[in-house]
Design a protein around this ligand. Sequence first.
Ligand SMILES: Cc1cc2nc3c(=O)[nH]c(=O)nc-3n(C[C@H](O)[C@H](O)[C@H](O)COP(=O)(O)O)c2cc1C
Length: 168
Amino acid sequence: MKKYLVAYFSRTGNTRAVAEAVHEALEQPKALLPLEKAADLEGYKVVFIGFPVQSHSVPFAVETFLKKIPAGRKIALFSTHGSLPGDRLSREAVEHAVILAGRARVLGTFTCRGKVSLQALEVLKRSPEHEAWADMAASASTHPDASDLEDARAFSRWIATLAAQDHP
Ligand SMILES: Cc1cc2nc3c(=O)[nH]c(=O)nc-3n(C[C@H](O)[C@H](O)[C@H](O)COP(=O)(O)O)c2cc1C
């Protein structure tokens, strides 16, 4: 039986780096795939799904993917975000993802910061309502860092442990 699938959506590579860490910590058999290549979830014991928070929410492609997850499938969600850890809006994006995957069994969630592209920061800084956010988000420039990736590996191992204890 195929055991683990790590599917990710990533525009600038942050979520992909976290996905690679999540994947690395899992036992074989396992697969790491960009979301668009992860259409068939049949046979996987646990599916990890990663995405960047965008406009305080879940990217549309991820939303569509989450809504299609078969009922009862065990999943775990992870995200990267530019805002400070614990920020209400980015936390709500993950909570929203859990709701979108409503028919699945969500074993856990993980989030960490991810640097915001310089291009996006430039655009945000030009509008007064986003300027303060852009200044705050600039401090994410070193993330995901080694500590974030170690936390992601620990999350991954924890989900594998939960899945092993949880039958069927
Ligand atoms: C268009 C756009 C919108 C974003 N919106 C948010 C947001 O609402 N909240 C937040 O915390 N980060 C936001 N970010 C930052 C991303 O979530 C963060 O940089 C993430 O790590 C990018 O992941 P990726 O490299 O996998 O694409 C946004 C970034 C972009 C480019």
